[in-house]
Ligand binder design. Structure first.
Ligand SMILES: [Zn+2]
Length: 403
């Protein structure tokens, strides 16, 4: 019953807000009816000031990321246009407005993917606990997407992996492993798919199911860096390891602009239940796929956007690993990832509510997979994110080799 109520509420919310997801006057056109769009209630005030409200995530109880947003703004004039767009956060005891992001990093995306995402200079953003004003200068007829999370659209990331797979037809194998309730596919990319897997360490890298974190992008960064290394590196790697990436664990959330929930209002990140039948559709797809060849290592990439958070690994309880050797390896990798983050870490304990139902926990419990989550930060530049994502992956590979 409770689930049905949540779904109904969620759908009502989407329908009710449909009418205010666009605003047009003679100067600008604002819309969140774009892939992953998240902004409602656009309004105009005197003096070229516009406002909107971020659409709250129905999984926000578990996350302080309720106030991410993404919308498109178009200059309708053949002139430079100065405007201010103000995000207004509902303020209450649970979410407390923007308090975790008073100094946010905002990103500008180009709608047709012609330009790289750029950070908006912090001078252009003014924040209070309840509002965030963004001052913009738009070129004649310019169209941009503004967001406080570094999250390219699902379709764009899909294009990127299809392109990689076509550039490396023998090294990479792209497979659709299933689909979401809305029919958005989930994918696997296997590196060196024809290798015999005896005595090789199987590494699986996945993006967070929290779709407004840039986990999937970070997975693509790791894959791109891997491909940039060239044949000598690949040969050596392939003699010891296999590598597989899984992408778009919450593909509906990516398309709809939700973070913790899928199109049915289910919280996919915390729903790897002991009872398979209770899992959301997407989790069943991922779990059934992984079960065919359980990995030795699982690395899941996440990101923060809050001011009070920095890079860090999430370390799962070692009691889940019965063998001393695996415990030792886990400890070594954990230590190196913590060092990479100047000592920052989050430790998950045994049977910890919510976290015991993550993919990391279940893999470690069931298959003794050495599982880690790693959080990047959306305030980093693209090149910093790429470098750090690679370092995390490389550290794991290096330490497995050394043991
Ligand atoms: Zn996360």
């Amino acid at each position: 019953m409770e689930e049905r109520t949540l779904i109904t509420l969620y759908l009502e919310m989407i329908v009710n807000m449909e009418s205010v997801r666009e605003f047009r006057d003679r100067k600008v056109f604002l819309t969140s009816k774009i892939e992953g769009g998240n902004a409602n209630n656009f309004k105009k005030y005197p003096g070229d000031i516009y406002s909107f409200m971020p659409q709250r995530d129905s999984g926000e109880n578990y996350s302080s990321q309720a106030y991410y947003f993404k919308f498109q703004i178009e200059n309708l004039l053949n002139d430079l246009t100065h405007i201010t767009v103000t995000a207004i956060a509902e303020y209450d005891d649970t979410w407390k407005g923007w308090q975790y992001s008073i100094h946010p990093t905002l990103w500008i995306f180009s709608p047709n993917n012609q330009k790289f995402p750029e950070r908006i200079h912090s001078d252009r953003v003014r924040t209070t606990p309840q509002s965030m004003s963004i001052n913009l200068i738009l070129q004649p007829f310019e169209k941009i997407i503004i967001t406080n999370m570094l999250t390219p659209p699902y379709s764009q990331l899909l294009e990127e992996i299809e392109l990689l797979a076509s550039h490396y037809p023998t090294l990479l194998k792209l497979t659709q492993i299933g689909q979401s309730p809305m029919g958005n596919p989930l994918y696997s990319i296997k590196v060196n798919p024809n290798a015999t897997h005896t005595n090789q360490v199987k590494i699986l890298v996945g993006g967070s199911p929290q779709s407004n974190e840039f986990g999937d992008l970070a997975v693509i960064f790791i894959l791109q860096e891997f491909l940039n290394k060239g044949t000598d590196y690949w040969d050596e790697f392939n003699s010891r390891f296999t590598l597989e990436c899984i992408l778009f664990q919450n593909s509906d959330g990516m398309v709809l602009g939700t973070n913790m929930v899928n199109s049915k209002g289910e919280n996919t990140f915390f729903s790897y239940f002991a009872d398979f039948h209770l899992m959301p559709e997407e989790n069943k797809v991922v779990w059934e796929h992984i079960q065919k060849e359980p990995p030795d290592i699982y690395l899941e990439m996440h990101s923060f956007f809050q001011d009070n958070k920095t890079l860090r690994p999430y370390i799962y309880p070692m009691e889940l690993l019965p063998e001393k050797d695996r415990q030792k390896t886990y400890q070594k990798i954990a230590k190196s990832l913590i060092n990479l983050c100047n000592g920052m870490k989050e430790s998950i304990h045994k049977n910890q509510p919510y976290f015991q139902d993550t993919l990391c926990y279940r893999l470690m419990e069931r298959y003794h997979t050495l599982s880690f989550q790693f959080k990047l930060h959306s305030g980093m530049s693209i090149s910093e994110s790429k470098k750090t994502a690679w370092e995390v992956f490389h550290n794991i590979v290096r330490l497995i080799k050394a043991i």
